[in-house]
Design a protein around this ligand. Structure first.
Ligand SMILES: Nc1nc2c(c(=O)[nH]1)N[C@@H](CN(C=O)c1ccc(C(=O)N[C@@H](CCC(=O)O)C(=O)O)cc1)CN2
Length: 287
């Protein structure tokens, strides 16, 4: 039996429709949310993601503020741009696209942002709020995964969830989100160095893979009927010389899993939709 596909593209489109009316309601009160982006360097994937974020904003009637900086920018210049967005009243929320070039300290830049303008939920204050189960912006990929599972009726409360990968944008905050009282899952945080990884994944009701290792999760590693969410995406060049994205989940898993959020078309589009939700919610809160 083939898995039910957790269609992130269609779900993100439905969420955008829901947000459109909320942006309209804000506009009727004279409030236009404005999303800022800070993009440093020439990483082609980052350029594509940021362009997608601004396309989404244009579709919904959210204003866009774009700041692009060269790969060899000085830390002081990045600080200056962050300070500028912190002070700009037209920018109601913004993100710093990750990863940053090696010579820029990511954590220092995130900490310089005003927590109330952090549209990505990656500022330490917002991550602390997540730990404390207080309201605040949530990281977009974890929020999108929980939303996707919920909308497709995948049981989360009481579920055994294994998250492979502990990065700051996906794996680590996802574990925190799923163990909140409102989600109530039991989470095991694994990584590529976990001893006997398969013993963990085989017990799980839900497996989320965000390790960036193509094909890491194979058919024999999951319980038949489990839900699987692919988050890791790696660009590879095929025999035809063309580039394409591959996930951390082996294609055979589709035949064993009960549900599958694939790459592409699963968690990625939900990440974009949740950024919009964070921006709209922040504007509603400030109104
Ligand atoms: N500041 C942030 N940086 C990064 C984040 C983030 O949430 N905040 N997440 C990722 C990149 N990202 C958004 O920023 C992102 C990644 C992937 C997708 C997506 O829709 N992917 C497609 C496939 C795309 C392709 O084929 O090229 C999919 O899965 O269908 C959206 C957003 C790291 N940095």
């Amino acid at each position: 039996m083939s898995a039910t596909i957790l269609d992130g593209k269609a779900t993100a489109a439905a969420i955008k429709d829901e947000l459109r009316s909320r942006v309209k309601a804000l506009a009727e009160r004279g409030i236009v949310p404005g999303l800022g982006t800070v993009l440093v360097g020439d990483d082609p994937a980052s350029h594509i993601y940021v362009a997608g974020k601004h396309r989404d904003c244009a579709e919904l009637g959210i204003a866009s503020i774009q700041r692009e900086l060269p790969a060899d920018v000085s830390p002081a210049e990045v600080d200056r741009v962050v300070d500028e967005l912190n002070a700009d009243p037209a920018c109601t929320g913004y993100i710093v696209q990750l990863p940053l070039p090696k010579h820029i300290d990511e954590q220092r830049v995130l900490e310089r942002m005003l927590p109330e303008k952090d549209a990505d939920g990656l500022h330490p204050v917002n991550l602390g709020r997540l730990v404390l189960q207080k309201p605040g912006a949530l990281p977009c990929t974890p929020r999108g995964i929980v939303e996707l599972l919920t909308r497709f009726g995948v049981p989360i409360a009481g579920a055994e969830v294994v998250v492979i990968g502990r990065g700051i944008t996906a794996g680590r905050p996802l574990g925190l989100l799923l163990t909140r009282r409102s989600e109530n899952a039991t989470v095991t945080s694994c990584h590529t160095g976990t001893r006997d990884l398969v013993a963990h994944t085989r017990r799980a009701d839900i497996v989320v893979v965000a390790a960036g290792v193509p094909g890491l999760l194979t058919t024999d590693m999951i319980r038949p009927g489990a839900a699987v969410v692919d988050v890791g995406s790696t660009r590879v060049v095929g025999a035809d010389g063309k580039g394409r994205m591959v996930g951390d989940v082996d294609p055979g898993v589709r035949e064993v899993a009960g549900w599958l959020a694939p790459i592409p078309g699963g968690a990625g589009p939900m990440t974009r939709a949740m950024l919009l939700a964070n921006v709209v919610e922040a504007a509603e809160r400030s109104a």
